[in-house]
Design a protein around this ligand. Sequence first.
Ligand SMILES: Cc1ncc(COP(=O)(O)O)c(C=O)c1O
Length: 342
Amino acid sequence: MSLIRSRLPAPRKVALARIPTPLQPLPRTSEALGVEVLCKRDDLTGAELSGNKVRKLEYLFAEALDQGADTVITCGGEQSNHCRATALAATRLGLGSTLLLRTDDPARPPATTGNILLDRLAGAEVRWISRPDWAHRDELMAAEAARLRAAGRTPYVIPEGGSNATGSWGYVMAAQELADDLATLPPRPTTIVYACGSGGTGAGLVLGAKLAGLAARDVRVAGVNVCDDRAYFVAAITRICGDLLARWPMAATVDAADVDIVDGHVGLGYARSRPEELMTIRDLARRDAIILDPVYTGKAFHGVVTELARDRARFGERIVFVHTGGIFGLFGNATAELAPLL
Ligand SMILES: Cc1ncc(COP(=O)(O)O)c(C=O)c1O
């Protein structure tokens, strides 16, 4: 463990993730794109319980257990990776879980495929909520918590994406892991690129990179947003970092100038794919056997490819793409869209 990492005032965590994850060179993708590309395999933090959410859940579940929780409540889109990981982690730790899943018509819920199948296998209670109700998700989770408390249970609410100060510790520590990984490579101007969906991964990486002094090593961090826009995520990430530093004071600050969001790649909207994004998923699979997901990593990597076509030097001489997982999303609606392209 690096000296910096051992000095950070990190809260307790429960071991859920298989870390450190490998940093894998992508030789054929590097050749095709004309820049060195490596993949930080956070899709390998586990099998069923995998992806970026597991790093966050290690800290969130420790807090839940310390508060005596016997069940957790969280929310997400119908194919939410975060909800699936939360349901499986809860079951692994002997807790119950309730998931509020957003869908077009709660009276006609989607088929039990992909992540939904895994939510059900893990025994999660699933409540379908409409898009208008999603605007009130925090109140709905609070109401669910009140209902459980009245029934004698002790619930713990995890916000959307596990993206708060506690959860972001997972990526503060992942940034230290990346600093160790990069120390084994020849120094080169590098950008760590990640898919940004609710801001927790970005908050952890931006703050963690600062704490590890990565800028002085010519290593930057950039997020490709898969929903909302740059202004939304600059605000979300600086807010989460501010909350984290207020609770665990450290010699670092994060302001808007520290947050690089590569906007313009949301395409048709959250969880809606364009053929060119699906073709990028196909290309990466065929070149280097990396399987991206349609909602986050596929869209973000397609953003990288698009930016490079405009400006080969956009990310320096080396890209470290953080593969944040999500493979089960391929086995929802995306299967039918992807199959004709193969
Ligand atoms: C596979 C995957 N990648 C990236 C993200 C985005 O991470 P964050 O919500 O921390 O921005 C998520 C979740 O939202 C995800 O499931």
